[in-house]
Design a protein around this ligand. Sequence first.
Ligand SMILES: [Zn+2]
Ligand SMILES: [Zn+2]
Ligand SMILES: [Zn+2]
Ligand SMILES: [Zn+2]
Length: 124
Amino acid sequence: MSTYNKPCIHCGERIDGDSKYCAKCGSRTPFGFICPNCLKPIERGNLLCSGCGRKLTVNCPLCKAETFVGSGKCEACGRSLLVKCENKRCGELQFFELTKCTVCGKAIKKGESVLIKMYKKEMK
Ligand SMILES: [Zn+2]
Ligand SMILES: [Zn+2]
Ligand SMILES: [Zn+2]
Ligand SMILES: [Zn+2]
């Protein structure tokens, strides 16, 4: 069994080489970037996803800066761009722009406004 440690690319925490997610920052892609839509590996600097063709940048709904979609957070303001799936048995974090959960398939309604609400609460 390969249990050597590798650093998480998002937070730098050294975690088990075959981990499915980082226990420190919660990223489900600790060793590489994946498309939030089709879950294929993507590379920073590419314009479009080779799997589904979506743009690999998005304007952050919170600070409006353009950011890379692969890290699950805005690289300008550092806020998470993930919303929790409404299916209580699923609860996976999903990219706010998606229209359905990549894990259970449940529709994601108004991911963007959920995200904005989330941070409004936090700022109070
Ligand atoms: Zn991490
Ligand atoms: Zn894709
Ligand atoms: Zn931002
Ligand atoms: Zn789900």
